[in-house]
Design a protein around this ligand. Structure first.
Ligand code: ADP
Ligand code: MG
Length: 600
C-alpha cells in the first residue's frame, strides 16, 4: 500500500466519523485532535530541533483566554470590542499576542542550554498559569463562561460533531505544512540543529534564528489549539493550562515519535485513550478515587524511553510496509549561482601569531601559515599538536586568544563561523558531524544552505506551502552533483549513519563543496578510507586545485600527503616547527624528532 492510499483512506474515515460514531467517541476524537495539534509543535521543537519544552500548555491558554476575553467581555475599548465581534479576528489577535510572547520568551530562554532550557520552560509555564488564575479580568480560578461558538458566514459550529471538522482541518493543515517545512531548505536547517551548533553554523545555518522559528511555530500551533478548545468548551478555567498538562503534551510527542509529524497524532491518541481508560479502571482496582493514571504514565514513559527511544511511530511503520518514493533529482534545472573566485596564486588564507589557550594549556602557540588559491597545503604533526584547534580558529568555531587571521585579505577577528562560511570558507570535521537519520542527499544539501538564501521568514512560509519547489530542486541537484563528485552516487538516498566511517568523511567533503568554497579545510579526510578510495580522493583534490580552490588539510597518512600537496607545515606542541616542500620536510631532523620523539 502506498502512503497516499493510506492517507486517502484516513481522510475518508475522518469525514464519515461524525455520521457514524456516538457522541462520546466524537468528543474523544475532538480532544485527540486538539492535543495532537499541540504535540505537533513539540515534534518540531523537541523531536526535530532537540529543544525540550514543558510549557506548551501556557501557549494553549494564551490562545484560549485571548479569544474568550475578546468575545465575552463587555467593557472593552471600542477597537478590542470590534475584534471580539468575530471569533476569527479573535484567533488572529491570539496568534499575534502569542507571536509577541513567544519571541520575547524565546529570546530569553533559548539562550539557555542543556538542562537549563527545560527548567526555563517550566518557569514561564508556571508563571503564565498563575497569571490566568489570578487576573480578575480572566475570571480567576472560576473562569469565564458564555464563550460563543465559532461561526463562518453565519453558520455556527455548535456541538461536537460540527467542531470536529474544524479541529481536524486545523490538525491536518498543521501536519501537512509541518511535513512540507521539514522537507525544505529551512527544515534542513532546523534538523541540522541536532548535529550540533558548530556544524550547523559552519554550514551557514543561523542556529539562533532556527531555534526561535521552531519555538514560535510550536507556540502558534498551541495557540490555535487553545482557540478551538475555548469555542468547543464554551467556558474556560485555568486547569487545562497547568504545567501538569504541559508535561502530558511532552509525553504525547515523545511516546508517539518525537521526530515524526504523524507521531504527534499517534501519541495524542494513545495517551488520550489510555488516560480515559485508566481513569475508569484504576480507581476500581485500587478501591479509592485518585489520579493513579499519572503513575502508570510515568512508568510507561520510562519504558518507552528505554525500549523505543524514537517513540511508537517508527515501530508502527515497521509493521506497515510503506512504499516510499525516493526523491527525484532533475539535473536539468539551472545551477545555483557561483561565487567569484580569487585568481590562482592569490593569497587566500593568512594566519599570523595565532595563539589559543584553554586555561593553562597553550594548544596553539604563535602559529603562522598561508594558503594560496590553487594550492594544496598540508598541516601535519603528532596527535595533540594543535592542528584541529588551528582549524577551529581559522573557521571561527573558536575565538583565538591572540593573533591575526585574514581570509581573502579581510581580518576574521570577531566574525562568527557562519559569517566566515558565507565568505567562502568551508570545512569538514575530524570527528564527523552529520545527521545519521537523514539521507546522504539531505546532509550534503545542508552545505548549500547559505547559497541563494531567501531569508528565514520567506523560507519558512514558502517551505510550509511548497512554493519553493524549483529552488529546492536546484539546491538538491547541486547536492547530487557534489555527491557524484566524491563517488557516493550509489548512496544518495541511504541514511548517512549507515555509511562506513570513510564514506561519512567523503560525505563531509561533498557537503563542504556544496557551499562553493574558495578555501576548503579538510581535517583528516582520508582517515578510514581504503586504498582505492584514497586514490580517488587525491584525484578529486587535484581537480579542485586545478579549479583554483585553495585546500588546507590535516592528514596522518604520509604517502597520501607526499604525492599530493605543494607545501607542508609541521606542528608540535602548538608550534610550527618546520615548513617546506614535502620531500624537504620529510628529511628534516626536527620533524623526525617530533614524530619519533618519545619512542625509543
Ligand atoms: P590535533 O588535532 O593536532 O591532534 P588538537 O588541536 O585537537 O590536536 O588538540 C591540541 C591540544 O588542545 C590537545 O592537548 C587537546 O587536548 C587540547 N584541546 C583541544 N580542544 C580543547 C578544548 N575545547 N578544551 C581544552 N583543551 C582542548
Ligand atoms: Mg585533530
Amino acid at each position: 500500500m502506498t502512503p497516499r492510499r493510506i492517507l486517502i483512506a484516513f481522510f475518508v474515515a475522518l469525514a464519515l466519523a461524525p455520521l457514524a460514531l456516538p457522541e462520546f467517541t466524537i468528543t474523544l476524537l475532538n480532544y485527540i485532535g486538539l492535543y495532537a495539534l499541540v504535540a505537533l509543535g513539540l515534534v518540531l521543537l523537541t523531536g526535530v530541533g532537540g529543544l525540550t519544552s514543558f510549557g506548551q500548555a501556557a501557549f494553549v491558554g494564551l490562545g484560549a483566554y485571548t479569544t474568550a476575553v475578546l468575545t465575552t467581555a463587555t467593557d472593552l475599548p471600542a477597537w478590542l470590542a470590534w475584534i471580539g465581534t468575530s471569533t476569527w479576528l479573535a484567533l488572529l489577535a491570539g496568534l499575534a499576542l502569542t507571536l509577541a510572547f513567544a519571541v520575547a520568551i524565546g529570546m530569553l530562554t533559548l539562550r539557555l542550554s542543556g538542562h537549563y532550557l527545560p527548567l526555563g520552560t517550566i518557569g514561564w509555564g508556571i508563571s503564565l498559569y498563575f497569571v490566568f488564575g489570578n487576573l480578575q479580568l480572566l475570571g480567576g480560578f472560576t473562569g469565564i463562561t458564555g464563550v460563543p461558538p465559532i461561526s463562518i458566514f453565519g453558520h455556527e459550529f455548535i456541538g461536537g460533531r460540527e467542531i470536529f471538522y474544524l479541529i481536524w482541518v486545523f490538525l491536518l493543515a498543521g501536519v501537512v505544512t509541518t511535513q512540507n517545512l521539514l522537507d525544505s531548505r529551512e527544515g534542513r536547517a532546523i534538523r541540522a540543529l541536532k548535529g550540533g551548533r558548530a556544524m550547523a553554523e559552519s554550514m551557514g545555518v543561523n542556529t539562533a534564528e532556527s531555534r526561535l522559528a521552531i519555538f514560535v511555530l510550536a507556540a502558534l500551533q498551541a495557540c490555535a489549539s487553545g482557540w478551538l478548545y475555548a469555542h468547543m468548551q464554551r467556558f474556560l478555567n485555568p486547569t487545562p493550562f497547568s504545567i501538569n498538562v504541559g508535561i502530558e503534551y511532552l509525553f504525547m510527542a515523545v511516546v508517539g515519535g518525537a521526530g515524526e509529524v504523524w507521531g504527534a497524532l499517534l501519541g495524542a491518541t494513545v495517551i488520550t485513550i489510555s488516560k480515559q481508560w485508566l481513569q475508569d479502571i484504576l480507581p476500581q482496582i485500587v478501591g479509592q478515587a485518585g489520579n493513579f493514571e499519572v503513575i502508570v504514565f510515568g512508568i510507561a514513559m520510562v519504558i518507552v524511553l528505554q525500549r523505543a527511544r524514537d517513540g511508537l511511530w517508527p515501530v508502527l511503520t515497521k509493521w506497515v510496509p510503506l512504499a516510499r518514493r525516493p526523491r527525484t533529482i532533475d539535473p536539468g534545472v539551472p545551477p545555483l549561482a557561483r561565487r567569484a573566485k580569487p585568481a590562482a596564486g592569490e593569497t587566500v588564507l593568512e594566519v599570523s601569531r595565532a595563539t589559543m589557550r584553554f586555561g593553562g594549556l597553550v594548544a596553539v602557540n604563535d602559529m603562522a601559515l598561508t594558503v594560496k588559491a590553487g594550492e594544496i597545503v598540508a598541516l601535519i604533526g603528532p596527535n595533540g599538536a594543535g592542528k584541529s584547534t588551528t582549524f577551529n580558529l581559522i573557521s571561527g568555531v573558536l575565538d583565538a586568544t591572540e593573533g591575526d587571521i585574514r581570509f581573502l585579505g579581510a581580518p576574521l577577528r570577531g566574525k562568527s563561523a557562519r559569517e566566515i562560511a558565507a565568505l567562502g570558507m568551508s570545512r569538514t570535521f575530524q570527528h564527523v558531524k552529520l545527521l545519521p537519520l537523514m539521507s546522504v542527499l539531505d546532509n550534503v544539501a545542508i552545505g548549500a544552505h547559505g547559497r541563494e538564501n531567501p531569508g528565514l521568514l520567506r523560507g519558512v512560509v514558502a517551505g510550509a506551502w511548497r512554493l519553493e519547489r524549483r529552488d529546492e530542486m536546484r539546491l538538491l541537484a547541486e547536492a547530487a552533483r557534489q555527491i557524484e563528485r566524491v563517488g557516493l552516487a550509489d548512496h544518495m538516498f541511504d541514511g548517512a549513519g549507515s555509511l562506513p566511517l570513510g564514506k561519512q568523511r567523503l560525505l563531509e567533503v561533498a557537503r563542504a563543496l556544496a557551499a562553493d568554497p574558495c578555501l576548503l579545510l579538510l581535517d583528516e579526510p582520508a582517515a578510514g578510507l581504503r586504498y582505492l578510495e584514497k586514490r580517488a580522493l587525491a584525484e578529486l583534490l587535484r581537480k579542485l586545485k586545478a579549479e583554483g580552490i585553495a585546500i588546507l588539510l590535516v592528514e596522518h597518512d604520509m604517502d597520501f600527503v607526499m604525492g599530493l600537496v605543494d607545501r607542508v607545515y609541521v606542528m608540535d606542541f602548538g608550534q610550527k616547527i618546520c615548513e617546506g616542500a614535502p620531500e624537504q620536510v620529510q628529511r628534516d631532523p626536527r620533524v623526525l624528532e617530533a614524530y619519533l620523539g618519545g619512542v625509543e
